[in-house]
Design a protein around this ligand. Structure first.
Ligand code: GLN
Length: 190
């Protein structure tokens, strides 16, 4: 198994250390030359507008979108989830737009800009969740499924091979969300 990690900006190193702990091989994607066959793709947290721009500047946008549309398992955390969303309620621009969810960027306001809690997630158990200027999902559409809510807001979703969390599992010691992603890849490969 080999996982590609988008490494244009943001918290990609933290995902790498999770995969190191799981013994799962990965490579970084910064430009077109880095692209090679992969079994799954991680879109890290960071700043979605910047990542969206760099993806387009580097010519990575179309090839990666095509892979996702064709079923490549993808895991987006925070800004990564925003990149996947078909609708961003407070931004006129969307990015990959492959997941049937409406998200709200920076949804928790100033007071709650960043926080950590423990909450249950479907199929995973109760886990630490670190939120940093996080989005939440205002609405799931189509076949997207809610996996976790916090204070009535949707914070984890899955649609087929696409997994998204508004929080950063890679900033807490618990490996279970990354394990779930690896299970999705294994299921996909049958
Ligand atoms: N606020 C960022 C955005 O809107 C996301 C924050 C994060 O990824 N930690 O893109």
């Amino acid at each position: 198994m080999l996982i590609g990690i988008l490494a244009l900006q943001g918290a990609f190193l933290e995902h790498e250390s999770m995969l190191d702990r799981l013994g799962t091989p990965y490579f970084e994607i910064r430009n077109l030359k880095d692209l090679r066959p992969m079994d799954g793709l991680i879109l890290p947290g960071g700043e979605s507008t910047t990542m969206g721009k760099l993806l387009r500047d580097e010519g990575l946008f179309e090839p990666l979108r095509e892979l996702i549309v064709n079923g490549l398992p993808v895991f987006g955390t925070c800004a990564g989830l925003i990149l996947l969303a078909k609708k961003i309620d407070n931004d006129s621009r969307t990015h990959f737009a492959t997941m049937d969810v409406d998200v709200v960027r920076n949804a928790y306001g100033r007071q709650l800009g960043s926080f950590r809690i423990e909450a249950p997630m479907d199929g995973v158990g109760t886990i630490p969740m670190v939120f940093i200027r996080a989005p939440y999902v205002a609405k799931t559409n189509g076949s997207s499924r809610i996996l976790a809510t916090v204070d009535g807001h949707i914070v984890a979703v899955r649609q087929g091979n696409q997994l998204g969390t508004a929080f950063h599992p890679e900033l807490a010691p618990d490996l279970s969300v990354h394990r779930l992603f690896i299970d999705i890849i294994n299921e996909h490969q049958g």
